[in-house]
Design a protein around this ligand. Structure first.
Ligand SMILES: *Cc1c(COP(=O)(O)O)cnc(C)c1O
Length: 412
């Protein structure tokens, strides 16, 4: 394999082209971003290095649910920056217990295991589920299985891609971690057939984000719960993208009246300021971990906890859940008008939509670039789906602006 490295770049980048050339030259090419270079942001808007403003219709894949630089979140971060930012878990600090208690109370769970990235939260849940299987359920050592859904996205570690069905995410990264079974998303019968005495857990996204904002058939998640109860299997809900008010409720699972045994949280938990993730759930399950068995240098650090506490405080008011529900209905109403006019289908709930571009229309990439030209930023997933996930601080007028831009691009 030959790798071409572009020539070196301007000493002091000024134009967007300079910055892009610099990224291309010095940063590993594991992304293909839109050609916009953001320098500032506030609320639902970002500004590029030339001073052009764009409406953010992606919100950092839901990491920016509260918008850019929400004043309460910035204030919490700044206040903590002046006190203590890192202790490592070798010592106690005065933010960890408060963060864990407040997050547990918000989510109606017993215990919190703080980590940093979403993938680490998923890895942690996998480890906890396996240990629970051996120590509590009585599964023979090293034989535990975890059942996952096809077209899942749970992160990028070696173990997590071991159970991905996306060839691009897997190719050339083997050998893979054993102990996972993949069944079709939304198919409760396939799930039931896959359960054995060695099944530790079922890990699913209540709505699949990367797959294109795919919701399972109604009743499926209740069926998952029932299967878990009947077979003494843990239900792990990956709510890293779907949770924390994105779909109009705290968790996407809440809409079905279903509780999971463990939830993985990330993205918006860090308020768009720093990576904060967690596994939250049953005390008797997370309780299997003992000192030394799992950890993270940065997990649960004072700065992360202070920002996380401010996030929990915003969510505790219910305002963002309410905004997502109300404005989400408006967004889906507006996007629905485009079906048959360049749009084949609109999926999702709350301020979250997968917009399927009709055959004959532009590719998702071309549509995203055209939207960027019109001052709206969102991103395709797969070839034909636009993923729309604006910050929950967006207004109706701004939704109109974004949807009108989408209409002008896909209508043909
Ligand atoms: C983004 C995401 C992850 C991974 O989070 P990272 O912070 O990128 O590691 C895991 N699960 C879901 C559902 C996600 O959307």
């Amino acid at each position: 394999m030959t790798v071409t490295v572009p020539p070196t770049t301007a000493a002091t980048p000024e134009s967007a082209a300079d910055f892009i050339a610099m990224d291309e030259r010095w940063s590993t090419h594991n992304y293909h971003p839109l050609p916009v270079v953001i320098a500032e942001a506030e609320g639902a808007w970002v500004t590029d290095v030339h001073g052009k403003r764009y409406l953010d219709f992606l919100a950092g894949y839901s990491a920016l649910n509260f918008g850019h630089r929400h004043p309460a979140l910035v204030a919490a971060a700044v206040e903590q920056l002046h006190k203590v930012t890192l202790t490592s878990r070798a010592f106690h600090h005065d933010q960890l217990g408060l963060f864990c208690r407040e997050l547990a109370e918000l989510t109606g769970t017993d215990l919190v295991l703080p980590m940093n990235s979403g993938a680490e939260a998923v890895e942690s849940a996998v480890k906890v589920a396996r240990k629970w299987a051996y120590r509590v359920k009585g599964v023979p050592e090293n034989t535990a299985e975890i059942i996952v859904a096809g077209s899942n996205f749970h992160g990028r570690t070696t173990t997590i891609i071991s159970f991905s069905t996306d060839e691009v995410a897997r190719a050339d990264f083997g050998p893979f971690t054993p102990g996972f079974k993949v069944v079709k998303y939304g198919d409760a019968q396939a799930l039931e057939a896959a359960i054995t005495d060695r099944t530790a857990a079922i890990l699913v996204e209540p709505i699949q984000g990367e797959a294109g904002v795919l919701a399972p058939p109604s009743g499926y998640l209740r069926e998952v719960r029932a299967l878990c109860d009947r077979n003494n299997v843990l239900f792990i809900a990956d709510e890293i993208q779907s949770g924390l008010a994105r779909t109009g409720t705290l968790f996407a699972l809440d809409a079905e009246g279903v509780r999971a045994d463990l939830y993985t949280l990330g993205k918006a938990l860090g308020g768009g300021i720093l990576p904060v993730s967690a596994v939250v759930g049953r005390g008797d399950v997370l309780g299997v971990l003992k000192p030394g068995e799992h950890g993270s240098t940065f997990g649960g650090n004072p700065l992360a906890c202070a920002v996380g506490r401010a996030v929990v405080k915003l969510l505790a008011t219910g305002e963002f859940q309410e905004r997502s529900a109300t404005l989400g209905a408006y967004l889906h109403g507006r996007l629905g008008e485009l079906v048959g006019r360049g749009v084949a289908e609109v999926r999702g709930r709350g301020l979250w939509a997968g917009v399927e571009i009709a055959p004959g229309g532009p590719s998702g990439r071309v549509a995203s670039e055209a939207l960027m030209e019109r001052g709206v930023l969102c991103k395709e997933t797969h070839d034909t789906t636009l993923r729309v996930a604006p910050p929950l601080v967006i207004t109706e007028a701004e939704i109109d602006l974004g949807v009108d831009a989408i209409a002008s691009i896909v209508t043909h």
